[in-house]
Design a protein around this ligand. Structure first.
Ligand code: ZN
Length: 160
């Protein structure tokens, strides 16, 4: 596979370009327990996230379904797709931990091998650190996730 020097494939790599071209889990969920939208007026990026949670009695279990829709540059679309692909089956706490790990990655914190393994395919987005204006793009779907989880815990607290 050859790439022109100004081709984004060459800059961002296969994983990012695959998720950009074939974004996963964009379809809106018919019903969602968590929903959040974030907008970056600086570059026009928008991320909309929905989660459906499994429940046993009153207790929230794992994330059963995810929808992540992004509009904007290739990086936000790839990041939203990678996020959506990596949340199912995690508990709410595990999703929050993954989000923190992803922030650490984007901030260039040294991560132990176990954290890198936990990030899996998401590690591909580390390349974005070479283009600092794009870091916000990569983080926006995760900001939506964190906002959604924050609202969920407020709601759970007020119901409890
Ligand atoms: Zn962007």
């Amino acid at each position: 596979m050859s790439s022109l020097p100004d081709n984004p494939d060459a800059l961002y790599g296969d994983v990012i370009m695959d998720h950009y071209r074939n974004p996963r889990r964009r379809a809106r969920l018919p019903s969602a327990d968590v929903e959040a939208e974030e907008f970056n007026p600086f570059c026009g990026d928008r991320a909309t996230l929905q989660l459906r949670l499994g429940r046993s009695g009153d207790a929230v279990c794992a994330i059963e379904d995810v929808s992540a829709l992004a509009e904007g540059c290739s990086i936000i679309q790839a990041s939203a797709s990678l996020l959506a692909d990596n949340l199912r089956g995690r508990t709410v706490d595990q999703a929050a931990d993954l989000s923190q790990l992803f922030r650490d990655l984007m901030q260039g914190k040294p991560l132990p091998p176990v954290a890198i393994a936990e990030l899996g395919e998401l590690e591909a987005l580390e390349v974005v650190r070479q283009y600092p204006v794009r870091i916000k793009c990569a983080l926006l779907p995760w900001v939506a996730l964190e906002e959604g989880l924050r609202r969920l815990s407020q709601r759970e607290a007020s119901q409890g």
